[in-house]
Design a protein around this ligand. Structure first.
Ligand code: AMP
Ligand code: MG
Length: 478
């Protein structure tokens, strides 16, 4: 545990004032513990790679405290807008903060749970997570990390031997407890709850916490400027995150304010889907009947959520100034879209016209119904892939007139690290994808015969893609 750097700072936040941010809770006692996924790569990065299987289970299945860390788990308090209606009855209802630590870059990371038992915020829920829900979160985080999206990581998934009843899964469903590693997770909804309670002092304390641990460059700012610059940073990182989802063809599915982290890191994967084609109306959650969180409406959802965060912060700073802060969203988003799409295409940015190119590229994708991931795979690093692209099953799309302007940019832009094309991944017949039928095909043998081989093979395939694309695993700051 040489590189293990515990730093349980959240525990002390507001402790002297009755700790208005969380409640100490206990984990459920589970009848069984079978490790189904262990993120060895990240375990090593945070100094927990040498834990034995037994120790892994005692910490991430039984939640015995890690050395020097939180003495007991805490359920974090928050509210949130769910599908745009305010809900003051939420909070960590099936999870808690288990531990905090630092990685090699000094980032503050949280180990938080999903499915670890009931808390004061469980309402009518059982506090549990289905094994399928856990497997889905593993698949989402592995894919997004490989595609260069700034995401929480799944740290551990342990099957726990209970039977759960769910409307949206064949029941009884198998149970699991998941541990997530995230660049902390202060939700927009945590601020909303404090505003609802008109607790200015606690809002200021939470801003101080966020600045100290996520935005240390703002440490010197004081008064209203402190609040405003914090808000602008959240606006900026949220816009960048949405752009990364777009370039990955990812639909988060539940963009409620309690699922948005002020660090701009993506987390909490429920009914997510990858879009097979660039259809702006493509929706992930079956319960999202109006398409509020559809693929093409994610920027709007991000901006709307930021406006709610701004509303909460307006207890400490003037509304007009916060609105000004929100107005940077579209400019940041344009730049972030250009950065994210060029990065995914393996190209260096060319200049001012890049955003117009991205718009035209997406329009072409939408109109032709070109398979999303395939196009990035076929044209990775531009000119150097031109011959390979013409061998693609969708080569006829690239031969059409309406592709010529796009081809022009793809083949004239400077490639970024074209040596990546030498990887075997690009010699394969198709890109690594995670469309819904593939997710179901991974789950079916687990459900039917407890056969994990397809799941494991997919993780290996994603690992090869991650290696080939060579995107930075942690924060992408263009
Ligand atoms: P989510 O849609 O997963 O972001 O969750 C929204 C809220 O519902 C959060 O407060 C969760 O803790 C809570 N919740 C979801 N599922 C359960 C469950 N099975 N038991 C208790 N609380 C839950
Ligand atoms: Mg959530």
């Amino acid at each position: 545990m040489e590189n293990y750097k515990p730093d349980p700072v959240f525990e002390n936040l507001g402790r002297d004032k009755g700790a208005p941010f969380y409640d100490p809770v206990a984990a459920a006692a589970f009848p069984d513990h079978i490790v189904r996924y262990r993120n060895q790569q990240w375990a090593e990065k945070v100094g927990l790679g040498d834990l034995s299987e037994e120790d892994w289970i005692s910490h991430f299945g039984r939640f015995e405290p890690l050395p020097g860390n939180l003495s007991a788990p805490v359920a974090i308090r928050y509210h949130g807008h769910q599908f745009r209606s305010y809900n003051p009855d939420i909070g960590d209802g099936r999870g808690f903060l288990f531990a905090q630590l630092r990685d090699g870059d000094g980032r503050l990371l949280d180990l938080g749970t999903k499915g670890s038992g009931k808390t004061p915020y469980s309402r009518f829920g059982d506090g549990r997570l289905t094994l399928k829900g856990g497997v889905r979160e593993v698949l989402a985080t592995e894919m997004l990390e490989a595609l260069g999206v700034y995401t929480s990581k799944t740290f551990s998934l342990i099957e726990t031997g209970e039977k759960l009843y769910r409307e949206d899964e064949p029941s009884p469903a198998r149970s699991a407890v998941l541990v997530r590693l995230s660049h902390s997770h202060v939700r927009f909804g945590a601020f909303q709850r404090l505003a609802y309670e008109k607790n200015d002092e606690a809002i200021a304390a939470l801003v101080d916490y966020c600045i100290a641990h996520f935005y240390p460059a703002l440490a010197e700012k004081e008064g209203e400027a402190r609040i405003l610059s914090f808000f602008e940073n959240v606006v900026q990182h949220t816009a960048q995150l949405v752009a990364q989802w777009m370039a990955a063809g990812f639909v988060h599915g539940v963009l409620n304010t309690d699922n948005m982290n002020v660090t701009g890191e993506s987390f909490d994967y429920g009914p997510w889907r990858f879009a097979p084609v660039a259809d702006p109306s493509f929706t992930a959650a079956y319960f999202d009947q109006t398409g509020l969180y559809a693929f093409g409406r994610q920027a709007e959802a991000g901006a709307w959520n930021l406006a709610q965060l701004g509303g909460a912060l307006s207890l400490l700073a003037p509304v007009e100034a916060l609105n000004e802060g929100l107005r940077i969203f579209s400019g940041v988003y344009e730049k972030a879209m250009s950065d994210a799409f060029f990065r995914r295409l393996g190209l260096q940015r060319t200049g001012e016209g890049d955003f117009a190119f991205v718009g035209g590229f997406l329009k072409w994708m939408t109109e032709t119904g070109a398979p999303y991931e395939r196009v990035f795979f076929d044209w990775f690093c531009g000119a150097a892939s031109a011959e390979r692209a013409m061998q693609s099953p969708v080569a006829e799309l690239y031969a059409q007139d309406k592709f010529s302007e796009i081809r022009e940019v793809l083949t004239s832009a400077e490639p970024d690290r074209p040596e990546r094309l030498a990887h075997d991944y690009f010699k394969g017949a198709k890109p690594c994808t995670m469309l819904i039928d593939e997710v179901e095909a991974i789950w079916a043998p687990i459900a039917d015969q407890d056969d994990w081989s397809v799941f494991k093979a997919k993780l290996e395939e994603i690992g090869r893609m991650r290696e080939a694309l060579g995107f930075e695993a942690s924060r992408f700051i263009p």
